[in-house]
Design a protein around this ligand. Structure first.
Ligand SMILES: Nc1ncnc2c1ncn2[C@@H]1O[C@H](COP(=O)(O)OP(=O)(O)OP(=O)(O)O)[C@@H](O)[C@H]1O
Ligand SMILES: [Mg+2]
Length: 260
């Protein structure tokens, strides 16, 4: 696979001296202690580091779910560090999609409706039929067109994660943030999810920032950022990038797929 894309070199994300502290009674937790990161549009970045090193705190700030205690965050050249909750929400809905370890799908709600939900909040003037069409197209793109009317408890973990990816894409984000998206999946299903993410990055140019505990998952990206104790301790390109599509094609078929 190729390394970082040559096109779109302007920094999409520019972060300097980023700090985040949480005050709990008499104790102050310094979750981020001065982080500098620049990410060009179209890059697939992975983030690794021990538990508690600040990975999710970093992602929540990048994703505009939370605001920093100090430092600067420029998103497409705009200083968003001081944005209040409402301004962050507007920008987040327009630009950012999230995928989490536990999928966070609504139970007793079909895959289709789960995918459509963010459209209702984004204020896009789409009719119900247009929403259905868009959500169905995304479910088809992640290989779940036939499962649109199934509820999460009727789907496997990997299928639920694919619904969550479709949901994260429904507002056409430029940036997809994924916090341990394969953390609850077996290795085969993880390759399937990474194939989808590499395809979204390669074909659509969506910038991806993915947190993982597993170093082999980190090698699907262009670049690995390592956190330790609230700081970036290394930020390196991936020399030999893994290619999930090729790996998946080489996996033996599952029995149920053979007999189906
Ligand atoms: N809302 C919060 N209130 C108080 N402390 C917090 C809060 N969120 C995170 N922390 C603390 O900040 C530090 C960094 O947490 P963070 O969740 O970013 O780590 P992480 O690298 O994502 O860990 P993990 O791999 O376990 O998910 C930890 O010490 C954590 O306890
Ligand atoms: Mg975390």
């Amino acid at each position: 696979m190729t390394t970082e894309p040559a096109s779109r070199r302007e920094p999409l994300i520019q972060i300097t001296g980023l700090r985040k502290s949480y005050v709990l009674g008499d104790v102050t937790v310094h979750a981020l202690r001065g982080v500098d990161v620049e990410i060009a549009g179209g890059t697939f970045v992975t983030v690794v580091g021990a538990s508690g090193s600040g990975k999710s705190t970093f992602m929540n700030i990048v994703g505009l779910l939370d605001r920093p205690s100090g430092g600067q965050y420029f998103l497409e050249g705009e200083d968003v560090s001081g944005f209040d909750r409402d301004r962050r929400a507007v920008l987040r809905n327009r630009k950012i999609g999230f995928v989490f370890q536990n999928f966070n799908l609504l139970p007793r709600t079909s895959a289709l409706e789960n995918v459509e939900l963010p459209l209702l909040y984004s204020g896009q003037p789409l009719s119900a039929a247009e929403r259905d069409r868009k959500a169905l197209g995304l479910l088809q793109a992640v290989g779940l067109g036939e499962r649109a009317h199934h509820t999460p408890n009727q789907l496997s973990g990997g299928q639920q994660q694919r619904v969550a990816i479709a949901r994260a894409l429904v507002n056409d984000p430029e940036i997809l943030l994924a916090d341990e998206p394969t953390g609850n999946l077996d290795s085969r299903t993880s390759v399937e999810i990474m194939e989808i993410l590499q395809r979204l990055n390669g074909d659509k140019g969506i910038t991806i920032i993915l947190i993982t505990h597993e170093h082999d998952i980190a090698e699907y990206g262009h670049r690995v950022i390592t956190f330790r104790d609230g700081r970036v301790v290394s930020d390196e390109p991936v020399d030999t990038r893994r290619d999930a599509a090729a790996e998946f094609a080489a996996l033996p078929a599952l029995e149920e797929e053979v007999s189906a």
